[in-house]
Design a protein around this ligand. Sequence first.
Ligand code: KET
Length: 466
Amino acid sequence: MGIENARDQSSSPGRRLATLARHLSVGDTSLISSRGEAIDTAPTAGFHGGSVFANVAQAPEDPILGVTVAYNKDPSPMKVNLGVGAYRTEEGKPLVLNVVKKAEKMLLNNPSRVKEYLPITGLADFNKLSAKLIFGADSRAIQENRVATVQCLSGTGSLRVGAEFLARHYNERAIFIPQPTWGNHPKVFTLAGLSVKTYRYYDPKTRGLNFQGLLEDLNMAPSGAIVLLHACAHNPTGVDPTLDQWEQIRRLMRSKSLLPFFDSAYQGFASGNLDADAQSVRMFVADGGECLMAQSYAKNMGLYGERVGALSIVCESADVAVKVESQLKLVIRPMYSNPPIHGASIVATILKDSSVDKAYVFLCFLREMYHEWTIELKAMANRIISMRQQLFNALSARGTPGDWSHIIKQIGMFTFTGLNKEQVSFMTREYHIYMTSDGRISMAGLNTKTIPHLADAIHAAVNRTK
Ligand code: KET
């Protein structure tokens, strides 16, 4: 309220306001506008000057995204960023897939496209096609309309919406996450109101799966607890259960009514094949039980910054799915109202097939796009696999102490090197190699030119602390 207005008030609250306004307008801190009027003091200014936020503590950088912040500040021409899981070409450049460029051109040239709000649940085609991509075209759950899918803000947003839904509508708060896991998982789930517990997953001695520990911990979990599972290419370890082991996990979980919450951020990146990488998920859906699925297109379509993903909840019946979707809308509406249109339109254009469009020529073109995507995806996966082999060879050639075969055995975007915190900080300090402090390196950030430098750094770090 302006000061003059406040003075005009004759009621007693008005008088009190006028007194306050006079009080604020006298003294050294009062501001006078160019027209000679007093201006209200900024409402956030402290009473005695200084910021009302003066006591806010400086927060640390994010353990993963902060690596890029540090990398960007380093002026060294030798620097290499192996922190965040983001694909780079052999030339070390970010990649926009050709098929994505094509889809964007089509969207741009389509005069019927507008920028209206999407529904709260997102783009309907995108949702249908996303469910089909992960659960399979022949999925019974889809045919029986038992899947509620909503477009969300990439994988992270899908996890968050799923977790908020569970916190409101599911009777069990405990969510068991693998030890270790993606660093953001515990934060996402805790902030949504779930209670985070861990289950054993990785054995540092064998650098493989601690399958016995995993089964024991899930067996001890309270009936009905939620279990977070990486659908494939486990982050950060690159260690996945075999199909046999998945089957045992499934049986145990179903026998104890544990609720699977899948995180699929790397479909196609593990094997180079979209269907093969969805097998774990499809086993759980095929048994008719319920589960949640958070899908991301950040890595497999290179749509990182477009923030495009989906949350699907597979329900026991179509009737339940309708109600679940109605509640998901209540989670989303006050959070971000509705999702962005561009990234989802790109994905839908690429994934579209005969069930969506009938014009033959157009149809061929669209199928071609899907096919082209699978080829580009496989090329990315293959380049990562070849980086694994090259790094392994480079360490073998240097005679670096230790067994490095896990570099070629691990799956997906990352190698969990086994290097410790001190070795990592030595490599950053002396060799300008940036990676997360747990020793994870993004293989997708490497190329033939940077491998010798990384191998030198690992060799020096290992010998130094031997
Ligand atoms: N799940 C997992 C397992 C995961 O590794 C990531 C991203 C996400 C979900 C979320 O991705 P989104 O961009 O929201 O679709 N991981 C990489 C990037 C990051 O930390 O944000 C990473 O581990 O480097």
